[in-house]
Design a protein around this ligand. Sequence first.
Ligand SMILES: [Zn+2]
Ligand SMILES: [Zn+2]
Length: 327
Amino acid sequence: MRAMVLEQPGTPLKLVERPDPQPADGEVRVRVAACGVCRTDVHVVDGELPNPKLPIVPGHEIVGYVETVGNGVDALAAGMRVGIPWLGHTCGHCPYCREGRENLCDHPLFTGYTRDGGFATHTVADGRYVFRLPQSGEDVATAPLLCAGLIGWRSLRMAGEGKKIGLFGFGAAAHIVTQVALWQGREVFAFTRPGDAAAQAFARKLGAHWASSSEEKPPEPLDCAIIYAPVGALVPAALSAVRKGGRVVCAGIHMSDIPSFPYRLLWEERELLSVANLTRKDGDEFFTVARQAGIVTETVTYPLSRANDALADLRMGRLQGAAVLVP
Ligand SMILES: [Zn+2]
Ligand SMILES: [Zn+2]
């Protein structure tokens, strides 16, 4: 197999050849057809998340085909088309797992962070954390659903039922969530980096009601907002954009520090919360919603060997939609 490997945070990924991985009991080997590049991969490579497994193969938006099935995996068979998400393993017995909140498990493994992921021609996954996908479908277009879509869905659900919803940071997740929110009959207000006319045009093209700089106030108070950009200054901005009783959801795994802000921005029962990881139930729900809502992803593809370019483009905000690696 070939893989793009991170040896030390803050250094470029290196293309390496390795023997094909063999699935242990309970695991499957998957031939990767496409792997999306997520903001979290940038955080891993840049050393912004603590204690990655090193060396690590990043990538947790994997679409591929099962090649080999380890002992004890009954639900999967060779040839099946599958998706592998960020949540790679949970312990099953901590208090969080027992109460159905496996996204908060005390002893988890995460694909592309604490176990090897999909920036590769092949990968091995715990068979219980693999989603079956329809046997036919566009592999590249499906890859971003595995994290941008799933975390987007979880964050949208946690934002509540509000009709007017603000999205701060208009990248891969927001471009999927916009389509779901419109399908649900909501109005989308898109906030981008100041001066990013291309992202604002992209948001309008997808049906956003309004799109402007995150330094602007929306034309009317919003019911809720989700922050996808890893920028702490957006927290007070989003709080000041929502109405009394409105809710702000931070959807990223990492954010720069939140500047201090006056209590009146939180006052009047505004709520601020974060979304962590996903559960397998989120996946089952979201893949149904994605089909019903007719989600169409916008992707920019890169060959596997150009993973560093994809990460750089994402880091600099140089692409619309989602970056996807193809082995
Ligand atoms: Zn657990
Ligand atoms: Zn992700």
